[in-house]
Design a protein around this ligand. Structure first.
Ligand code: MRU
Length: 368
């Protein structure tokens, strides 16, 4: 996607061949800064601090993190140490584990002398594959938007989304945003309701920023607004991303997604989830009961950061001194509230049989 007319991915291998560039998402939307990652520990810090975030991008960064770690230690122990360091960064997005296991599988088969180049090559492929998968989701999700547009001749299709499941959360295109960008590029009149997504405001800071740069009409709304809009026919469709989909079709995503799914169900608004296949976890039978939910620092709830009228970036406290806060970063939406799963292999029912039929190879690796 474009930033001021120049094409960017969220992460890339730098021209020196052995370092990695990434857009620093902690600085958006007020500053566009590129970070340079030069070793495995820096890649792990980038994921932990959410300089990079979003399940598919966490996976791609971890793959590059393994490659960067090979610069310092190409032994079997070096592979295992890098794996352990990177897997400990964030617990919920399964793409992290998927990418690390893929890198470890490729590297272990090779002599240590061949591991550095092979690691960078596989990380590049994982990044490219993410882009191709997202383009597949764009094509498969587009008919859902086209069908609504056909029912509203000359009208605008209103889509609600939560958090940032855009190109910044992936390598390019995004998951939930992929069909939205394609519909917009094809000339369909589309408008996006962007949940601000407290506490870190990924919707307000990131989704709004990237939609704006691509010229997609959008409106940022407080998280509590969606239900009201749905009651009044102002949302045609909800599309969100996900950090992990269980074998039974339960969907884990940014905290607050479940409440939007409940509101959509109550109002007959279709609620779709866009996911790349590395986000499916066939080892988890029941998403609500089994997916680990990350709990992050209370500072993200008790403080907010923004730009002051005189242009300074400042962080201020918004709760009384001493008030305890809780910061559950994700929740799980039961499959019964999900209208369909938009994948690179089609729009699926959210159940085990449909996921297994579409992605049999993912069941095989889960059993290993
Ligand atoms: O905590 P984050 O910002 O990493 O959470 C991101 C989300 O919840 C996204 O919706 C999800 O990763 C899907 S991204 C394509």
């Amino acid at each position: 996607m474009k930033v001021d007319g120049k094409h960017f991915r969220s992460i890339w291998r730098e021209k020196d061949g052995f370092s990695v560039g990434a857009i620093d998402q902690c600085r958006l939307p007020h500053e566009f800064v590129v970070a340079r990652l030069t070793n495995g520990a820096e890649a792990a810090d980038a994921i932990r601090s959410m300089l990079v975030r979003g399940a598919p991008l966490i996976g791609a960064t971890a793959a590059y993190g393994m490659a960067l770690a090979m610069k310092d230690d190409r032994s079997n122990q070096g592979i295992d140490r890098a794996y352990q360091m990177l897997i400990a960064t964030r617990p919920t997005a399964i793409n992290l584990k998927w990418a690390l296991e893929e890198m470890r599988r490729v590297l272990r088969k090779l002599a240590p002398s061949a591991r550095l180049d092979a690691a960078f090559a596989r990380a590049d492929d994982i990044a490219d594959e993410d882009v191709a998968i997202n383009q597949g989701m764009a094509s498969n999700g587009l008919p859902l938007i086209e069908a609504i547009a056909a029912r509203k001749p000359g009208g605008v299709v209103n889509v609600l989304t939560h958090c940032n499941a855009g190109w910044l959360a992936t390598v390019d295109w995004g998951t939930a945003t992929a069909p939205i960008y394609l519909a917009h590029d094809r000339g369909i009149k589309i408008h996006v309701w962007v949940d601000e997504t407290r506490p870190r405001n990924q919707g307000a800071s990131l989704t709004a920023w990237e939609l704006g740069h691509h010229g997609v009409p959008h409106t940022v709304i407080p998280d509590n607004t969606g239900g009201h809009l749905m009651q009044h026919g102002m949302v045609d469709l909800a599309i969100v991303g996900t950090d992990r989909v269980a074998a039974n079709g339960d969907v884990c995503n940014k905290i607050g997604t479940y409440l939007k799914a409940l509101a959509a169900h109550d109002n007959g608004v279709p609620f779709y989830v866009a996911l790349p296949s590395p986000t499916i976890d066939f080892t988890v039978a029941d998403g609500v009961m089994q997916i680990p939910i990350e709990q992050r620092s209370g500072d993200e709830v008790s403080h907010v950061t923004g730009r002051t009228a005189n242009g300074r970036i400042e962080t201020v406290q918004i709760v009384p001194d001493g008030s305890p806060v809780a910061n559950y970063a994700f929740d799980v939406t039961p499959a019964r509230l999900v209208s369909g799963l938009i994948t690179e292999r089609g729009v699926l029912k959210p159940d085990r049989a449909s996921l297994a039929a579409a992605f049999p190879e993912r069941i095989a690796t889960a059993a290993e």
